[in-house]
Design a protein around this ligand. Structure first.
Ligand code: NAD
Length: 446
């Protein structure tokens, strides 16, 4: 099939590459010239495990190309995916200017065409967006174009795996023909039997927000439970295992930490709150989720103050992990941004290491923090170590090497990477989330 993908960010680049890998011919469009030049010269613009090999293979086979020429892409293809940003607007809603702007441009191109096209929204958009897209097409008298909503559920860090072997595909459309074409397109991805759910566009649009907000709520519940466990002398890791073995609950997404971040959960929770308000029935539960998550992002600051006192000025902290989660270079809404900015406000110094996100981090912090080449360099002469992302390479450090680097043997672990008994044996003060702190004689309430 001939496909265009408009927007080549985390979703668009993975979508375009994976669709090409299944033998389709894909034209990717982006209006960011710097990004486009990199892609055209064969450079992958995001860190995503497994992407590079597929990217090069499909460029070589001439199934994957990149352009800023929307006209060419739309005219040459039958299936047009919109993978454009839907950032949070000031009032919490999803800002649709990129989507509706692009639809206007596409409608302008299609108004004189009789070829059948399907315009598919893969971006996360509020319920009613497909209807707005149809209205724009009608305004331009576009007669032979169906609209579909096909929300994307990939996880950054596992995006290629998720796209190639999705748990499920959701396709919403009021057109039987569009549903049929999209089912054919996706069938090779679900050969093991995972479902393709066909539905109306409104239900497809709601499904994406429903899934993300549920996961955000689940994490938030665990975070509050973790804070409660600290108060009552319980260990949230044991509680997590105890509750997760219940098949009604399940084991995944029960790990407490320093709040959810990323380009999706925070904005999607807010967008669902706003859409629900606008439609006369507020999903009020989510307002609390959003607020609790904001507080949780700064929970390590409270712990640092309990340990060192309120004055953190002049201290230097080693930070392991900047990305909002492991296996990505994405820092959008990462807890690290909030924690580091708060420490900078307190005139503390930061020495950070991340396996993939250092380049992106410079956008947020300029030269206000320094960067190290590895985990041990980051720790050198620091007053404490803060762990903010659960990269695998942080899980099994050489503790004696680490303790030789740090000024004080103290770790604040926002991701519960280490075993409590192990830390007792290593002689570190170890403050984590939802578990009793390991304090070698220090008399404080953390
Ligand atoms: P992104 O910001 O990484 O990428 C968007 C791309 O669109 C950028 O390359 C930008 O230059 C390009 N762009 C903007 N306006 C354009 C235009 N008019 N023409 C051509 N290109 C244009 O965004 P993303 O993370 O890929 O997210 C895209 C959508 O998918 C969002 O709605 C997001 O919520 C949703 N989503 C994201 C993820 C994720 O993990 N990132 C997962 C599922 C769904």
């Amino acid at each position: 099939m001939n496909i265009s993908v408009i927007g080549t960010g985390y979703v668009g680049l993975v979508t375009g590459t994976c669709l090409a890998e299944m033998g389709n011919t894909v034209i990717c469009v982006d209006n960011d010239q710097t990004k486009l030049q990199k892609l055209q010269s064969g450079k992958v613009t995001i860190y995503e495990p497994g992407l590079e090999i597929l990217f090069h293979r499909n460029i070589e086979k001439e199934r994957l190309t990149f352009t800023d020429d929307l006209n060419h892409a739309v005219n040459e293809t039958d299936i047009i995916f919109l993978c454009l940003p839907t950032p949070q607007d000031e009032d919490g809603s999803a800002d649709l200017k990129h989507i509706l702007g692009a639809v206007g441009d596409i409608a302008q191109i299609l108004k004189d065409s009789n070829d059948y096209k399907i315009l598919i929204d893969k971006s996360t958009v509020p319920v009613g967006t497909a209807k707005k897209v149809e209205d724009i097409l009608n305004d331009f008298n576009v007669t032979n174009c169906d609209v579909a909503s096909n929300p994307e559920f990939l996880r950054e860090g596992y995006a290629v795996e998720d796209f190639m072997k999705p748990d499920r595909i959701v396709i919403g459309s009021e057109s039987k023909k569009a549903l049929e074409v999209l089912r054919k397109l996706y069938e090779p991805f679900v050969r093991q039997g995972n479902p393709i759910h066909e539905m109306d566009t409104a239900s497809a649009e709601v499904t994406k927000y429903a899934a993300n907000s549920y996961l955000a709520m689940r994490i938030t519940y665990m975070n509050q439970l973790a804070n409660f466990c600290e108060q009552v002398g319980a260990d949230v890791d044991l509680v997590r295992k105890g509750m997760g073995s219940d098949t009604r609950i399940g084991k995944r997404f029960l790990f407490p930490g320093i709040g959810y971040g990323g380009s999706c959960f925070p904005k999607d929770v807010n967008a669902l709150i706003k859409t629900s308000q606008d439609n006369g029935y507020e999903i009020s539960l989510l307002r609390l989720v959003d607020q609790i998550n904001k507080d949780q992002k700064l929970i390590l600051i409270d712990k640092l103050k309990s340990y060192f006192g309120n004055d953190l000025s002049g201290k230097t902290f080693a930070v392991w992990g900047l990305a909002f989660k492991p296996n990505t270079d994405d820092m959008r809404e990462a807890p690290s941004i909030y924690i580091i900015n708060e420490l900078l406000k307190h005139h503390a110094g930061i020495k950070a290491f991340d396996p993939a996100a250092i380049e992106n981090s410079k956008f947020y912090f300029d030269d206000k923090i320094t960067y190290a080449n590895n985990i041990y360099d980051a720790a050198k002469d620091c007053d404490a170590l803060l762990i903010l992302t659960e990269w695998n390479e942080f899980r099994n450090p050489d503790f004696s090497k680490l303790s030789a680097q740090l000024k004080n043997k103290v770790i604040f672990d926002g991701r519960n990477l280490f075993d409590i008994d192990q830390m007792k044996n290593q002689g570190f003060d170890y403050i984590s989330i939802g578990r009793q702190p390991v304090l070698n004689g220090k008399k404080i309430q953390v």
